[in-house]
Design a protein around this ligand. Sequence first.
Ligand code: ABN
Ligand code: CU
Length: 705
Amino acid sequence: MASVIPDTISIPGYTIFKEGSYDSVAAAAMLPTGTPHPLDQLSILEVPKTAKIVREHVSPQTVKFNCITLRDPLKAEYKSYLACKAPMPDRRAFAIIIVRETQQVAEVVVNLKTGKVEEYKEVKDVMPTLTLEDLDIMERVCRADSRVIRACNELGITDMSKVFIDAWAIGVDERWGFDRRLQQGLAYYRISEFDNQYAHPLDFSVVADTEKEEVLSVDIRYVNGERTAIPLKEHNYMPEFIGDKYVHDRLKPIDITQPQGVSFKIRGNEISWANYKMHIGFNYREGIVISDVRTHDMYEDRERTLFNRISVVEMVVPYGQPETPHHKKHAFDVGEYGTGLMTNSLKLGCDCKGAIHYMDGIMSTANGEAAVIKNAICIHEEDNGLLYKHTDYRDGTVISARDRKLIISQIITAANYEYGFYHTFTLDGTYKLEMKLTGMLNTYCLAPSEEAAPYGTQVAPQITAHNHQHIFSLRIDPEIDGTNNSVVQNDAVSTEAPVGSPENLYGNGFYSKKTPLRTSIEGAADYCYETQRTWDIINPNRINPIAKKPIGYKIVNPNCPPLLAKPGSVVYKRAGFARKPLWVTPYKDYELFPAGDYVCQSTGDENHPHNPTIVDWANRNESIENTDIVVYLQFGLTHFPRVEDFPVMPAEPVSIMLRASNFHEKNPGLWVPPSAICVDTVSANAFAASTSCCSSNAPTSGSRL
Ligand code: ABN
Ligand code: CU
């Protein structure tokens, strides 16, 4: 086995493993032990092994690796393995490469067991994700460019080391064809080393070909023919600037302790907690992937499947300022940059508090080395307030039980913004994805004659922050107690029959109107605030014996802003997925990314031969009834910046939920022992008797809450 040495590059939190040298301590901690689970991310050995096989395959041409990641097993193959009907699927890796000599993009599948390239496919007319290494190029190229230097000199800047360029994907810039790999650079000035860069936005942006390392255009925005002065006032948030202005004495420490340890058990990347079991994966693009989510039903005393795979597969942040170049600001942070790649290395006590289990994220570099993000995934429990409570005034009994959450989270830094992803399971049978938005607003300078409104808010003198939306796409491959599922739309409506009619004599009738979604075109559904629309993912083959309805999970998604960019706009085309809060398609292996596999510089044109999107998948108009389906859930918020969002944003949460709905026979939390102090004396004896023999109340996993 080749020895490896970690070699840290400038990307915070990344440790790169280079072959050929030696540092056993750091490497040993990251080496895989035992046979990997088929869904485990590639190990630090499998990444360079893949690179070597690919290199040999394309030799004498040379390659730049855009990604090296796990090739998920085919679903059928994996399911057969789980059912002990087939051997463990071979480990496979998937790489996207750019052949340096030709700039041709190719997808490669490598069988890590046989050491063979199994598939090699050139993909035309696509641009792969911008890696952190790709983004790194922009600032260096811009700082050295004479036109950029001149644009800065005109503003009075002579020291180019104080000029910073946020590299963004560009979307579509009609001035250059598709032959070039483009980035746009948003320019800022930093007065001092730890100064808030977003406090000094400059009035120009840059377009560059970052493969050729060539600036193509410096787009200066003139207002009445003049440059806009740099906003120079300081707006800082780091401790050295706050100095003695912190108020320490009003906030006493809060410590979170679990003296008897956590209630989850981890084996490799599989976790069991309360009644749940699941597998946790991670990749450069989706970040956290949760698979094989199952629950042990206490009433039926059997394991029941819930979700085959959960991940955030896309997001878009379209900005609403129509003036150029801001129309080009609509970041697809998953598809254009990779959620995994941008993941923070988390710190105990800062990002996460309490008893934390961390998992690393394993990425790859352009050279095909493994790059490890230590502590990329945080797994922990939190108290979640009341699970249930009841006071019986007549007999004097009071009972309440505490709920708790299992949270699997990661935080990414997407240039200015931070996004926290919190995948949360609770004891009532709910899965919730909560996103927390924090970090820095994208700012721009204002000329004296300009007002921020209506397309932005003046967050500080001379600084505007533009209106924008954040629309996330959560992909869930449901497995609601079996593979074949359907989706039914629920609308809370008044009974149609008029007041005074026999059916609705007193006019108070209302009910949940059910509309089955039968095809993928019908599965592209709109939200309806008036009817508090929800959707149930049901298993039509399993009827709840009590409710006499199909068992299901309810999608609760009231936070689904409509895409405000108009039809015909660039972002409307590119972000087709964001036009609907719900899409339902039949499952297909490797059909994952609703804005296309290749989002950088995509146009969103329908029927693209190499880069279909969810609009194309829906247009196939296939049946989604009682079959293996996938749901894409769009949720998020429309952000009109406030001055309180400056100079750094207080975290803003937004979430979506899937709740057990007629899935169980009764409240699934009833097995959770109530807190002794919440049981009134009348029933205390019964409670004491039940807890004296803890096995009667213990979850089957054997862990105690
Ligand atoms: N928010 C846009 C973005 C994300 C990541 C890297 C650069 C820019
Ligand atoms: Cu925002």
